[in-house]
Design a protein. Sequence first.
Length: 418
Amino acid sequence: MKTAKAVLSAALSFPAAVFAAAPLPPPPAPPRPPAVALPAPPPPQPAGRAIGEAGPHGKAILGLSAVERTDFATGRVEFVNVETPEGGLGPIFNDVSCVACHFQGGVGGASRIFVTRFGRITNGVFDPLTALGGPLLQRRAIATSVLETIPGEANVVARRLTTPLFGAGLLEAIPDAVLVAGAAVAKPDGVKGRVAMVKDVVSGTMRVGRFGWKAQEATLQAFSADAYLNEMGVTGRFFPQENAPNGNHTLLVGTDRVLDPEDALAVGATKSDSDLAADFMRLLAPVPPLPGAAPGSPGAAVFREMGCVVCHVPSLKTGPSPIAALANKPVGLYSDLLLHDMGKLGDGIAQPPATMTEMRTAPLWGLRLRDRYLHDGRASSLDAAILAHDGEAKIARDRYAKLTLAKRNALMVFLSSL
């Protein structure tokens, strides 16, 4: 059996040497420079994907039972496992393992890796171009003959950075009712916020979405199964339909040689590979804040003064859970997990129920492990990220622009400590 380190090494070198890849679209225009000089940010994470193996995070949450620790370890092996065409990879995909994108600061972290979404806007209405392979581009393929491209009909193309998964089980354990109640609270500065009601493919019920840039998934089991299909091309019992290159199913003949669903339950097993990966994400510990993020710190006071806490709610609480380590716990996520109209900061992609300008409030815990910000990574500094806010956040943004240098510096210390 391969060690996790060996599997990770393979995951990080395998695709570039073997598979074809479509050219990437150009990045968005850089944001305007900071209004004032700020202190130098902390040094970025070391370059290279191997950071995940040596990162200080990516460990199990404290208080797990022996069985749960085993589930975490087994799930981690699957999370770093390299998929192959013989095992169901492709024919079109974005990468060959979960860790190939989630590695910054430790296995399960964010990264500079992004995916590309596209569609067509006509008279203000978004068309995901599903018949042409949209709205997600799978930029790699097991053969050049099935390589997917952005169709000429698309007039909007957006990219989204990989999100971190640290503490994901705590986010999942926050009751829907808590998020619904948060949406109902009257808010200042024209801020609204609404829950993303989505159909959970696992339970078949309507749930409050909380994972992904558009809060498009409600549970980690669904989030994992979605990623297996759309990022690695591995079908499963929840998503059994293979993605066809640009919607052309005839191209699957001769290249899709593994019987669907590829991520099937083995005889006598209760979990598939995507279920195991979901276990790992569910039991991942959050990134603990540094002293500079204390609620009584000067920077925390500025954060409240600006009104950032209206959307970036400092803490929510989980409800009952069969996993004691996740039950009735405070979650210092700095997010309300709601959809907000972000105006010009929206990515132009409608992903129901989210509109073209709506985005989920990004949790800020673990922010210090990232070196690119906003959904498309356009901001290389926290200052630029704040100044790019728009829509429901523009009043808070404008307050920030008027802050004294001392208050800005205090705020940067706070954010860099999360």
